[in-house]
Design a protein around this ligand. Structure first.
Ligand SMILES: [Zn+2]
Length: 315
């Protein structure tokens, strides 16, 4: 139904506008339910006609009507994104209880993404409710048949993954690798999608994080003139490439050569990782990249393309 599609898109725009406000007020500690919207700069109350999703941003040319201060592009982006996600949920699952649950999940994931991107915090009020809601979702068989037990296992694995890696981070480089919010978000995604999809989400989010994280790590090492770490990173990359292609060596009819090459690359990789960790421990000053946004992105991929993703899960 076309009219419903437009309806849910518009509802999404309006909800997105509220999520922007909710995220910013959580960050600033203000009451996010009853206060009228104000310009963050001049504090002037924003009239309803200046508060229309997307449209007002364009009509006001991204400037406050009172003081002329620029309005962040975050507002229309979040509104449009929420509108599109609500539309996709409607197109996939129609007018159903499942859609209602997914609207709630989507809304909270968006607030989590904003606060994590802006200040690297995930508020408990936006993450903890997702765990019981996810279990309820599966208790009602909305995520598929007999998904409650996989969901409970997913929640446990999600929490354990981040707790264990945080502790490994503390033990090796003297810093927690993840924030406490990631533990709750991991448990929540497990509770909604079950342990199999959770593992796919973790794998995808590590991959996403690597795509934009590795260049930043390299740049920081370069800026610090930390050439030992840079060489170790290069060595690690080399070891990864060689071990990836080493399986082809066996076709040459020289399995012993292949085993030798693989052992040497493992040795090289081990030395490189040791150097990197040692340097990280010494400097104690590394950029922490928020892990919430890639987790959320992977969660949405599983939400909309779960059937496709499950074909690539080998178990
Ligand atoms: Zn203003």
């Amino acid at each position: 139904m076309m009219i419903y599609s437009i309806y849910f898109f518009v509802i999404g725009l309006i909800v997105g506008s509220f999520l922007n406000v909710m995220a910013l007020r959580l960050l600033s500690g203000e009451d996010f339910v009853f206060e009228r919207s104000k310009c963050p700069n001049c504090k002037a109350k924003i009239a309803w006609y200046d508060n229309i999703p997307i449209l007002s941003y364009i009509l006001l040319r991204a400037k406050c009507r009172q003081c002329g201060k620029g309005i962040s592009i975050q507002y229309p982006i979040v509104e449009l994104l929420t509108g599109l996600l609500f539309l996709f949920i409607y197109l996939n699952w129609g007018l159903s209880l499942k859609s209602v649950f997914l609207f709630v999940l989507t809304s909270l994931l968006i607030v989590i993404t904003i606060t994590d991107l802006k200040e690297e915090v995930i508020f408990d009020i936006t993450s903890i409710p997702l765990i019981p809601l996810g279990l309820l979702y599966n208790f009602l068989n909305l995520g598929g048949e007999n998904m409650l037990i996989p969901a409970i296992i997913g929640a446990i694995i999600g929490a354990a993954f981040f707790e264990i890696f945080s502790r490994i981070g503390m033990a090796t480089v003297g810093q927690y690798a993840f924030g406490g919010g990631d533990t709750i978000l991991g448990a929540a995604l497990g509770a909604w999608f079950g342990w199999k999809f959770l593992i796919a989400i973790l794998a995808m989010s590590v991959f996403f994080q690597a795509i934009y994280g590795i260049p930043i790590i390299f740049y920081n090492m370069y800026k610090r003139k930390d050439y030992a770490s840079l060489w170790a990173m290069a060595g690690l990359l080399f070891a990864m490439v060689v071990s990836f292609f080493s399986k082809y060596l066996t076709y040459l009819g020289e399995p012993l050569v292949a085993i030798f090459v693989i052992l040497m690359t493992f040795l090289l990789a081990g030395i490189c990782v040791y150097i990197i960790f040692k340097k990280m421990r010494e400097t104690q000053n590394h950029t922490m990249l928020p892990f919430g946004p890639p987790l959320v992105a992977a969660g949405f991929i599983v939400m909309f393309f779960g059937d496709y993703v499950s074909r690539y899960i080998p178990f």
